[in-house]
Design a protein around this ligand. Structure first.
Ligand code: ADP
Ligand code: MG
Ligand code: MG
Length: 877
C-alpha cells in the first residue's frame, strides 16, 4: 500500500503527533471531542521529509492527494475553492511534533483574488471586510512565501494614511482598501517582475512549499538546536477553512491559558480583541482586553469557551494554551496545546495537578522539563537592595526572574556584546522571530509594545529569560537612546528588570543565591523517590561543595586539585616545584604545597560530612602554571633567585605543540612520583584528621588517577599511593579504608577497560577529554568549525555539550561492560560536563552508571533528569 500523506482532521487523533505535528494532532483530537473546530486536513511530516529527499519539490502523487482532500473539504463546508459565489478560504499553518511558537509563519485568507474578492464582498455583504481580508492575504503571502518584507507593505499603508489624513487602520474605507490592494500588487509586480499569483491552487501549493522550506530557515534551525529537536522530524502543514474574527463588532479573536503561565495560579488567563484577525492579539498593535472582559462583551461565547477550557484540561490533564475566534457570535477553537510556562509555574501546576487528583507523581515529574529549573537556580535580587531601589518605570511582568545588565537595542548587538562577556538587557519596541538568538543571549528583555502573550513574552517564558513587556512610557529618542520616567538611557547603560513585578530600575541591583523551597522542594522530593541514579557534584572548594549539598548533591564526583594551585599564595610554591631541576628541589617545593592541599581537603570533607568524595590528582600540563608576560617572568626569576635566561629556557622547554595530549595527567606522576606522594599524603592525612573529629562519618577517600591509557601506568601510580597511604593509616592506628580508581577519558582505556579494572576500583568517565580524543576535536578550537558542520547537517549538536551516544557513548557502554567483567562491583560514574545534561543523563541511566557528577547549579536538574530516565524506563516496560 502506498503511503498516506494527507489526513482529514476527523481521521486523525491526539496520539498522532509524530505524523500530524502537534497542532494537527490536537485539531484532530478537538474535532473528535466534538468541539467547534473549522474543518480541514493535514499534510503529514512524512510529506515534508519527502519534499527534502525529492530535492525540494512536492511530488505529483502528494499533490493529487492534497487536491483530493480539498474536494472533500469543499463538500463538507459547502463552499468551493476559487468560486465567486461561495468561496472556500483557508489558512495554511505549520506544525511540527514539538511546538515551536512563532518559528514558522501562518498564511490566512488564502483563496482570494481580484474576482473572488468581489463575490466574497457580496456574500458577506461587507466589502470593507472582504478587501481587508484580501490585503492581509497579499501581505502574508508575499512575506512568507515570496520573501517580500512585511515592512514594505507597512510603508505603503503609512503613505496612504498620510495622504488620507487618517491615523488608524480601522478608518480605511472599503474603497481605500481596494486601492491598497492595487498598490500592494503594483509593488509586488515591480519587486518580483511578475504578477501576484491569482490562481488559488497555485497559491496553495506555493504556501505548502513555503511551510516545508521554513523548516530549514535559520530561526528554526537555531530553535531546534536550543531545544534538541532533530532536523529529521520535519513539519506538517494544516489546511483549515477560515473563520473570521474581523467580520464586525460581534466577532473577535483571542488566546488563553487554563492557568496563569507565569505563576501557575489556577485561573483562566488570556486576552482577546474584537473585530480582529489572527495574530493581531499577539502583535501588540492594539491593546487587547483581558479574557474576563469577554464575559460582559459576549456572555454566551464566554460560557461556551470556559466550558471547553475545562474539558480540554480534564482531557489532556495539563495546562492548555488555546487560540479561538468568534465569528458573528459563534465560537471556534483554532488550537490547543500544553502551554509553555515559566519554571515556577511548571512546578506549581505539576504539584497542584497531583493535589487535585488529576495526575500521578510520575506524570508530575515528567511534566517539568529539567532544563527549565535552571531559571530558578540562579540568583534573585537581594530583597533589601530591591526595596531601597526606586523603579524608573514599570510594565507587564511577562516572564519572571531578576536581570541586570547593559542596554543594547538590537538582537545583533546583543550577540556581539555577549561575546565580549557582557551581561545585557535587550530593549526593543517589540520583538519578532528574527530576534530569537539575541533574546537567548540576554539576561532580560524589555519591550515598549506588546501584551502578556506578545512574541517577547511567550518566547522569553519558554527560554526562562526575564522579560518585562509593553512599557508604553518608553520614548525612543533615537535608534539607540530612550527616555523612561525622567531618566535618559543609551547603549551600554546599566538597567535592572524584575520579571515578577514588572518593575524597571536604572543601574544594577545586587543579587543573592537561590534556594529550593515550596513546590520546588516538593517536586524534587518526588524525583528522589523515583530515581536510581545518584547525583554528585564537581566541586573544588568547600563553598561550592556546600552549595551543591544544599541543592541535593550526594557526594563529590570530581575535586580538581589543580584549581587550588592557582591562588596567589600557592602559585609561587607551585611554580617553584615546576622549575625545580632536581628531585630534592622539587620535594622542598612540594613540602610547601602539602599543608595547603591538606587543609583544602579537610575543608571539603567538613563540608561534605559523611558523603563520598572523589579527589583527582594533578591533571593539566605544567606550563599552564607558568607566567607568560615578560614582567611576570622577570619577577618570578627574582623571587626564585634564578637567572632570567635560565628561567626562560625552562619555560620554553615546557612548551608543547599539543598540550592537551602532552605531559599531563598521570604522566606527570610517572615522571615525578613525588607529586603523587605529596597528594596522597594530603588526602589521607586530611581524612585521618576529619575522622578523628567526626568518627561517625566513616570517610573512605576515593583517589582518582587521571588520563590513564594503560594498566601498567595505572599500577605504577597506584603503587605509590598504596605505599604512602598504607603507612600513614598504619601509623594512625585507625581502621580506615580508601579506594583507588581512574578516569576513563582516553579511548585506549575504554578499549582495555577489562585490564584497567584489575587495578582500578572505580571508573569515572571524563567525557570532555573522551569526546575530544574520540572525535579528534580540540575542545578549545572546535567551536570555530563546528558551525559549518551544523549548517551542513553533518553534526546537529555540540558533542561537548550533548554526549555523542553513537560514538563516545559506545565506548562508555563497552568500558562499563568490560569493567564489570573483571570487577562485578566496580563503581561507575561520569564527571564530564555531560553529567548535567538531561539527555546525556538519560543515557548514563541506561548504561547502568551508579552516579553522574555535575556542577553545583546543575544538581537539581540532574536529580530531575535522573527521575525522568527511571520513570521513562519503567513506562517503556
Ligand atoms: P502559530 O503557530 O504561530 O501560533 P497559527 O497557525 O496558530 O500560528 O496561526 C496564527 C494565527 O492565525 C492564530 O492566531 C490563529 O488563531 C489564526 N488562524 C489560523 N488558522 C485560522 C483559521 N482557519 N481561521 C481563522 N484564524 C486562523
Ligand atoms: Mg506565527
Ligand atoms: Mg498558534
Amino acid at each position: 500500500m502506498s503511503t498516506k500523506y494527507v489526513y482529514l482532521f476527523s481521521e486523525g487523533s491526539g496520539k498522532m503527533r509524530e505524523l500530524l505535528g502537534g497542532k494537527g494532532a490536537n485539531l484532530a483530537e478537538m474535532t473528535n471531542l466534538g468541539m467547534p473546530v473549522p474543518q480541514g486536513f493535514i499534510i503529514t511530516t512524512e510529506a515534508c521529509t519527502r519534499y527534502y529527499t525529492d530535492k525540494e519539490t512536492i511530488s505529483q502523487d502528494i499533490l493529487d492527494e492534497v487536491f483530493g482532500y480539498l474536494t472533500q473539504l469543499e463538500l463538507s463546508t459547502g463552499k468551493k475553492f476559487g468560486d465567486i459565489d461561495n468561496p472556500l478560504l483557508v489558512s495554511v499553518r505549520s506544525g511540527s511534533r514539538a511546538s515551536m511558537p512563532g518559528m514558522m509563519d501562518t498564511i490566512l485568507n488564502l483563496g482570494l483574488n481580484d474576482t473572488v474578492v468581489e463575490g466574497f464582498a457580496k456574500l458577506t455583504n461587507n466589502p470593507r471586510f472582504a478587501y481587508d481580508s484580501y490585503r492581509r492575504f497579499i501581505q502574508m503571502f508575499s512575506d512568507v512565501v515570496m520573501d517580500l518584507p512585511k515592512h514594505n507593505f507597512e510603508v505603503i499603508i503609512d503613505e496612504m494614511k498620510e495622504k488620507k489624513g487618517i491615523k488608524l487602520d480601522t478608518e480605511f474605507t472599503a474603497e481605500d482598501l481596494k486601492e491598497m490592494v492595487m498598490h500592494f500588487k503594483e509593488y509586488y509586480r515591480s519587486a518580483k517582475q511578475e504578477e501576484f499569483p491569482s490562481d488559488p491552487k497555485i497559491q496553495l501549493v506555493e504556501s505548502v512549499k513555503a511551510v516545508f522550506r521554513s523548516w530549514n530557515n535559520p530561526r528554526a534551525i537555531y530553535y531546534r538546536r536550543m531545544n534538541d529537536i532533530p532536523y529529521s522530524w520535519g513539519t506538517a502543514v494544516n489546511i483549515q477553512s477560515m473563520v473570521f474574527g474581523n467580520m464586525g463588532d460581534d466577532s473577535g479573536t483571542g488566546v488563553a491559558f487554563t492557568r496563569n503561565p507565569s505563576t501557575g495560579e489556577k485561573k483562566l488567563y488570556g486576552e482577546f480583541l474584537m473585530n480582529a484577525q489572527g495574530e493581531d492579539v499577539v502583535a501588540g498593535i492594539r491593546t487587547p482586553q483581558t479574557i474576563d472582559e469577554l464575559k460582559s462583551v459576549m456572555p454566551h461565547a464566554y460560557d461556551q469557551f470556559v466550558d471547553i477550557c475545562d474539558r480540554l484540561e480534564e482531557h489532556y490533564r495539563d495546562m492548555q494554551d488555546m487560540e479561538f475566534t468568534i465569528e458573528k457570535g459563534k465560537l471556534y477553537m483554532l488550537q490547543t496545546r500544553n502551554g509553555k510556562r515559566t519554571a515556577a509555574a511548571a512546578l506549581k501546576v505539576a504539584v497542584d495537578l497531583v493535589k487535585e487528583g488529576m495526575i500521578t507523581k510520575e506524570n508530575a515529574i515528567l511534566q517539568v522539563d529539567p532544563k527549565q529549573l535552571d531559571a530558578l537556580l540562579h540568583p534573585q535580587f537581594d530583597t533589601k537592595k530591591l526595596q531601597e531601589a526606586k523603579p524608573v518605570g514599570s510594565a507587564l511582568p511577562a516572564s519572571p526572574g531578576a536581570a541586570s545588565g547593559r542596554i543594547v537595542f538590537t538582537a545583533a548587538d546583543a550577540v556581539v556584546w555577549k561575546e565580549r562577556g557582557e551581561k545585557i538587557i535587550l530593549v526593543r519596541l517589540e520583538t519578532s522571530p528574527e530576534d530569537i538568538e539575541g533574546m537567548h543571549v540576554s539576561q532580560g528583555i524589555l519591550t515598549a509594545r506588546g501584551g502578556m502573550t506578545s512574541h517577547a513574552a511567550v518566547v522569553a517564558r519558554g527560554m526562562g529569560t526575564c522579560c518585562v513587556s509593553g512599557c508604553g512610557d518608553i520614548k525612543f529618542t533615537s535608534a539607540k537612546t530612550f527616555t523612561l520616567g525622567v531618566v535618559d538611557f543609551k547603549e551600554g547603560d546599566a538597567l535592572s528588570l524584575d520579571g515578577s513585578t514588572g518593575n524597571i530600575y536604572a543601574g544594577a541591583i545586587p543579587t543573592v543565591p537561590a534556594s529550593i523551597t515550596g513546590d520546588f522542594s516538593t517536586l524534587m522530593g518526588w524525583a528522589d523517590e523515583f530515581r536510581t541514579l545518584k547525583v554528585r557534584t564537581n566541586a573544588d572548594t568547600p563553598k561550592d561543595a556546600r552549595q551543591a549539598v544544599e541543592f541535593g548533591a550526594e557526594g563529590i564526583g570530581l575535586v580538581r586539585t589543580e584549581h587550588m594551585f592557582f591562588e596567589v599564595d600557592r602559585i609561587k610554591a607551585m611554580r617553584e616545584m615546576i622549575v625545580s631541576k632536581t628531585e630534592e628541589q622539587r620535594r622542598k617545593a612540594l613540602l610547601k604545597l602539602l599543608p595547603m592541599q591538606r587543609s583544602d581537603f579537610e575543608g571539603i570533607y567538613e563540608a561534605m560530612e559523611y558523603r563520598p568524595v572523589t579527589i583527582r590528582y594533578l591533571d593539566p600540563p605544567l606550563h599552564e602554571f607558568l607566567p607568560t608576560d615578560e614582567e611576570d617572568i622577570v619577577n618570578l626569576a627574582l623571587e626564585m633567585n634564578l637567572d632570567l635566561a635560565e628561567l626562560k629556557n625552562i619555560i620554553s622547554n615546557l612548551h608543547e605543540f599539543n598540550p592537551m595530549m602532552g605531559h599531563r595527567g598521570c604522566r606527570l606522576a610517572v615522571s615525578y612520583p613525588e607529586i603523587a606522594e605529596m597528594q596522597t599524603q594530603a588526602v589521607i592525612e586530611a581524612a585521618i584528621n576529619t575522622i578523628r573529629k567526626h568518627p561517625e562519618w566513616k570517610i573512605v577517600p576515593e583517589i582518582m588517577i587521571p588520563l590513564v591509557g594503560e594498566v601498567k601506568e595505572l599500577k605504577y601510580v597506584k603503587d605509590i599511593v598504596v605505599r604512602v597511604a598504607d603507612k600513614l593509616i598504619a601509623d594512625s592506628g585507625l581502621d580506615m579504608h580508601y579506594m583507588v580508581g581512574t578516569m576513563i577519558e582516553i579511548p585506549r582505556a575504554a578499549l582495555l577497560a577489562d585490564e584497567i579494572a584489575t587495578e582500578a576500583e572505580f571508573f569515572s568517565f571524563g567525557t570532555n577529554d573522551l569526546t575530544q580524543m574520540t572525535f579528534g576535536f580540540s575542545r578549545d578550537d572546535a567551536g570555530a568549525f563546528l558551525s559549518h558542520y551544523y549548517d551542513k547537517k553533518i553534526y546537529e549538536q555540540d558533542p561537548f555539550a550533548r554526549l555523542d551516544q553513537n560514538g563516545v557513548g559506545k565506548l562508555v557502554t563497552m568500558a562499563c561492560k568490560l569493567g564489570k567483567q573483571t570487577r562485578p562491583n566496580i563503581k561507575l560514574g561520569i564527571c564530564g560536563e555531560h553529567g548535567g545534561d538531561p539527555s546525556s543523563i538519560e543515557f548514563c541511566h541506561k548504561a547502568g552508571l551508579s552516579y553522574v557528577s555535575c556542577s553545583p547549579f546543575r544538581v537539581p536538574i540532574a536529580r530531575l533528569a535522573a527521575a525522568h530516565a527511571a520513570i521513562k524506563e519503567k513506562n517503556a516496560k
